[in-house]
Write a protein that binds this ligand. Structure first.
Ligand code: FAD
Length: 317
């Protein structure tokens, strides 16, 4: 196992990337270039997003399958429960396990804008319900998993979730997700490291002990930052918006954005973050630039992976 830089406390820093299933062939070709580049950095896992309501189930499954069969990477499959019944989701979970997926990010998904007034019978309401379902399916499929365990991740929010009454309520929800069987959390994007630090402080005080990994996105264009703010409800900082708005060209904008992202990630790591999860937008250049400046790029050739079940590390051939 190659040594990885540590956050100062001696523990290696976990490294992961988020990808989304490609929408067409050109996007797929470009994504596979990106996957090749990211694989060389020997990440702990790559996360594959899933549309709310299973809208991209087939393309997500295809991408997960190809990652499992054609690369040394370990995938983390996002799964959303909004609008789906327990039976439908149990089928998807079984399919993931059959394909060899051993990590699932259990999410509710965003509520559809025109949600029917009458909820479907048997549908799951919260991510917590999905965690419990995954654990039940895991138990039923224990023969398939041998001694392995499915690693379950969940979402955490440095700024209040848009539907939540308070950040304290968010932490109660995180604690409930831990009690239901979550192993780790990845945060929503944030623009000030203090928001991440405050979340961790609140969570630890409330009894949350699972790792909380900061989700960081390369903030390389004004358009992207504004869109991100709209999508997540997390307000970007005025200083970043000003700086990106003043940039004369794309290269200057990217330089400013990478520097801001590096500062954000470094502050989170200095505060004790156990890793960095990079939202890549299926592009590797800015993500690798950020990691390079953080001195987090793992040197050497890609590791040839042998999956030994959840929790096992990739082993160098
Ligand atoms: P939950 O934890 O269920 O929370 C949803 C809301 O319900 C919150 O306001 C919470 O406070 C409240 N709540 C939860 N439990 C209870 C309870 N027991 N009682 C009362 N209130 C409760 N979306 C996608 O569609 N696809 C993806 O692939 C995807 N990936 C993501 C990855 C990360 C790292 C993050 C942070 C978000 C991702 N999202 C994704 C977005 C996510 O689905 C939305 O933020 C969604 O609105 C909430 O999902 P959740 O899992 O946090 O839900």
């Amino acid at each position: 196992i190659q040594a990885t830089p540590s956050s100062g406390a001696g523990a290696p820093i976990a490294l992961s990337y988020e990808l989304f299933p490609p929408r067409n062939e050109a996007a797929a070709a470009s994504l596979w270039d990106t996957i090749g580049e990211l694989e060389c950095t020997n990440p702990d896992y790559v996360a594959v997003t899933y549309g709310a309501n299973g809208s991209n189930r087939d393309t997500a499954m295809d991408l997960l399958n190809r990652i499992l069969t054609e690369t040394s990477l370990r995938p983390l499959a996002h799964l959303t429960c909004v609008g789906s019944t327990a039976d439908e989701l149990a089928e998807v979970i079984s399919e993931l396990l059959d394909h060899g997926v051993r990590g699932i990010l259990a999410l509710r998904g965003d509520l559809p804008k025109n949600a029917p007034a009458e909820p479907r019978a048997g549908k799951l309401e919260y991510a917590q319900d999905l965690i419990e379902l995954i654990r039940r399916v895991e138990q039923r499929r224990s023969a398939l998993l041998c001694a392995g365990k499915v690693a379950i991740g969940v979402a955490a929010y440095p700024t209040r979730h848009p539907e939540s009454p308070s950040v304290e309520h968010d932490v109660e929800v995180l604690l409930a997700k831990q009690r239901s069987g979550a192993d780790f959390a990845i945060t929503q994007v944030f623009f000030h490291a203090s928001q991440y630090k405050d979340l961790v402080t609140r969570a630890r005080r409330a009894g949350v002990s699972i790792p909380i990994i900061p989700g960081v996105m390369p903030l390389t264009s004004l358009r992207r930052v504004q869109r991100l703010g709209d999508l997540t409800g997390v307000a970007p900082s005025d200083s970043l918006l000003d700086a990106l708005g003043r940039a004369d060209n794309a290269a200057e904008s990217r330089r400013i954005g990478v520097a801001a992202t590096v500062d954000l990630a470094r502050d989170a790591l200095d505060a004790g973050a156990p890793g960095i999860h990079l939202y890549t937008f299926n592009e590797h250049a800015a993500a690798l630039d950020v990691l390079d400046k953080l001195q987090l790029l793992r040197p050497g050739r890609p590791l040839v992976g042998r999956r030994l079940g959840a929790g096992a590390q990739l082993v160098q051939a």
